[in-house]
Design a protein around this ligand. Sequence first.
Ligand code: NAD
Length: 261
Amino acid sequence: MYSDLKNKVAVVTGGSKGIGQAIAKRFGEEHMSVVINYRSDKTGADEAVKLIEENGGKAVAVQADISEEDGATALLNAALNNFGTLDVWVNNAGMENRVATNEMPLSDWQRVLNINLTGVFLGSRAALDYFVKNDKKGNIINMSSVHEQIPWPGFAHYAASKGGVKLFNETIAMEYANRGVRVNAIGPGAINTPINAAKFADPQQMKDTLEMVPMKRIGDPEDVAAAAAWLASDQSSYVTGVTLFVDGGMTLYPSFQNGKG
Ligand code: NAD
């Protein structure tokens, strides 16, 4: 636990399941007050609220589409109206679908970019504007992916969105560093969440995935949540503009493991 996080106010986008829900639970354990954003899964969001409250935090669930301009505004207002301030904004919501690039409908491209990249911009803009106008040393955490670095055939829109998150993250980190605002990204590898449920249920795909992970295990959402708590806390007070990979070594060129090559 990080004592400085106690009573801090956070927004977590896409907090109804997976990594977002694990971050919500961890923030509850840190006794924070959390706005849990969901798009359609109210049951999952209510579960996240319960997990936070059971662990000593405060929470409210707020429906909003983070790819829409009004969505980020609604989340900021929920933080201010319910908890009086904003300290930490986690842009976690994201989605992917497999489609060959030559067959990719423009609508697929736009949907992934709108949620994964424009959503990160809109959330960051709302948080930064509040931090600047209130002279607040706030904290932004952007959920990127190992695919900000590793190309991913069949997921060109997803890789493009996460590559965009990388440079957006670095740029706004630099732009607001002298105000004491910190901005960092997390790059998860293969994490056991609903986004991967079908893939990990197939033994062959599970085996293929593990071959790409030097540590030979799939990550838990809690592994990512632990990184988010550290980045949100003062323990990382001299860290800004990084992507912290939480990937069991996936970004280390695993095909060279055991001296191959
Ligand atoms: P998930 O599908 O379990 O959860 C994604 C969440 O985002 C859901 O709660 C969903 O409702 C929400 N969401 C999607 N579109 C939204 C919108 N328009 N408005 C509001 N919420 C919206 O996925 P996850 O695995 O928990 O992924 C969370 C983040 O981590 C994503 O950005 C994803 O790209 C990233 N990531 C995940 C993995 C992994 O292995 N699971 C790896 C790398 C990166």
